[in-house]
Design a protein around this ligand. Structure first.
Ligand SMILES: *[C@@H]1O[C@H](CO)[C@@H](O)[C@H](O)[C@H]1NC(C)=O
Ligand SMILES: *[C@@H]1O[C@H](CO)[C@@H](O)[C@H](O)[C@H]1NC(C)=O
Length: 298
C-alpha cells in the first residue's frame, strides 16, 4: 500500500511540476462559431486597467502570453490605464513605475497610454461614470481598430469601485458603437473574479487550471472519437458534423514559474506600492499565475 508520505510526495511533485511550463487554452481569444463559420481570432487587443500596478497584479499571465514569442500572425496588445493612481498624491511616481512595469511585461511605449481625467480619479469610494469611461475608451478603440477589449469584471477582483466601473463603461461603448455603425463591434472579455477562497491559493490554482484545460481537451478528443465511430456504423444517428464545435473552453492563461517571476519583477517596479501586505499578495494570489476570461455579450 502507498504510505501517506509517498502520497504526499507524489502530490507535492505534481503541484510543483505543474508550475514548470505555461499553458493557454488558446492564446488568441478565439470564438469558435458554427461548423461553417470561421473562428474569429483577435488581432488588436486593448487591455484597460484603472490604476498603475493593476497590469502586474492581476493581468500579467495574459499580458506575458500575448507578448511572449510574437509571430507574424500574433495579435497586437495595447494597454490603456485610466488614472495615475493619485489617491495618495503619488501620481507622477506611479506613472513612471507603470512605464517600468510595462517595459518588463513587454508592451512597447507606442502601445500604451495612461490618462489623467478629472472624472476618473483614483478613489477607493468612487464609482466612475460609465459614460465617461466609454468616451475615453472610444478614442483608442476607434483609432486603433480594436477588435477585442479586455478589462475587469463587475467584481473587479478586489471590489474596488474604480475597477468595477470599467466593464460597465466598455458595455456602454459597445452599445454606442453598435448604434453608430454597422461595423462589427469589438468583443468584450472580462477577467473572472475568483471566489474569495480560491483567490489566495496561487500554486494550487495553477494545478487545478491545468487539470481543467487538459480534461477539456481529452473530452473533446473523446467526443470526436465517439462521433467518428458512430458515424461509421450508424450514419443515421451521427455524422462528423454532429460534433459540438460551439463547445469552447473560456480563455485561460496560466504562467509557468518564469512568468510568475516576471510578474513579480513587474510588481516590484511599483516600489511605492510594495507594502508588506502586497508581498503577501504576490506570494499567494492566483492572479499572479492564472487569468480566466469570460466573454460578455452586449
Ligand atoms: C487557436 O484557435 C485557432 C482557431 O481555431 C487555431 O487556428 C489555432 O491553432 C489555435 N491555437 C492554439 C494554440 O491552439
Ligand atoms: C472620493 O469620492 C467620494 C465620493 O464617492 C468623495 O466624497 C471624496 O471627496 C473623494 N475623494 C477624493 C480624494 O477625491
Amino acid at each position: 500500500m502507498f504510505s501517506t508520505a509517498s502520497l504526499s510526495v507524489l502530490l507535492l511533485s505534481l503541484l510543483v511540476g505543474s508550475l514548470y511550463t505555461p499553458l493557454d487554452s488558446n492564446s488568441s481569444f478565439v470564438t469558435q462559431k458554427t461548423v461553417t463559420e470561421n473562428a474569429f481570432v483577435a488581432q488588436k487587443i486593448l487591455l484597460v486597467t484603472a490604476h498603475p500596478d493593476d497590469e502586474a497584479m492581476f493581468f500579467a499571465p495574459t499580458i506575458l502570453s500575448l507578448t511572449g514569442n510574437p509571430t507574424e500572425s500574433s495579435a497586437d496588445l495595447f494597454h490603456l490605464c485610466l488614472s495615475y493612481g493619485n489617491a495618495d498624491g503619488l501620481g507622477e511616481t506611479r506613472k513612471t513605475e507603470l512605464d517600468n512595469s510595462l517595459d518588463l511585461l513587454g508592451i512597447a511605449p507606442d502601445k500604451r497610454w495612461i490618462i489623467d481625467h478629472p472624472d476618473l480619479q483614483d478613489n477607493i469610494t468612487a464609482e466612475w461614470d460609465a459614460d465617461v469611461v466609454a468616451k475615453v475608451m472610444k478614442l483608442y478603440v476607434s483609432d486603433l481598430n480594436i477588435d477585442t477589449i479586455l478589462t475587469f469584471d463587475s467584481g473587479g477582483v478586489s471590489s474596488h469601485p474604480n475597477h468595477q466601473s470599467l466593464p460597465k463603461g466598455a458595455q456602454n461603448l459597445i452599445k454606442t458603437l453598435a448604434s453608430e455603425s454597422t461595423k462589427p463591434t469589438p468583443r468584450l472579455f472580462t477577467l473572472v473574479t475568483a471566489p474569495i477562497f480560491t483567490k489566495y491559493i496561487s500554486i494550487l490554482s495553477v494545478f487545478l487550471g491545468k487539470v481543467d484545460i487538459y480534461s477539456f481537451r481529452i473530452t473533446q478528443k473523446l467526443e470526436l472519437l465517439i462521433v467518428d465511430i458512430l458515424s461509421e456504423y450508424y450514419p443515421e444517428v451521427a455524422t462528423p458534423s454532429t460534433r459540438n464545435l460551439n463547445a469552447q473552453l473560456a480563455p485561460v492563461f496560466i504562467s509557468g514559474y518564469t512568468g510568475y517571476l516576471k510578474a513579480h519583477e513587474a510588481m516590484r517596479a511599483h516600489g511605492s506600492q510594495m507594502e508588506w501586505f502586497r508581498w503577501l499578495y504576490t506570494t499567494f494570489s492566483r492572479y499572479m499565475w492564472v487569468n480566466t476570461w469570460l466573454e460578455v455579450k452586449a
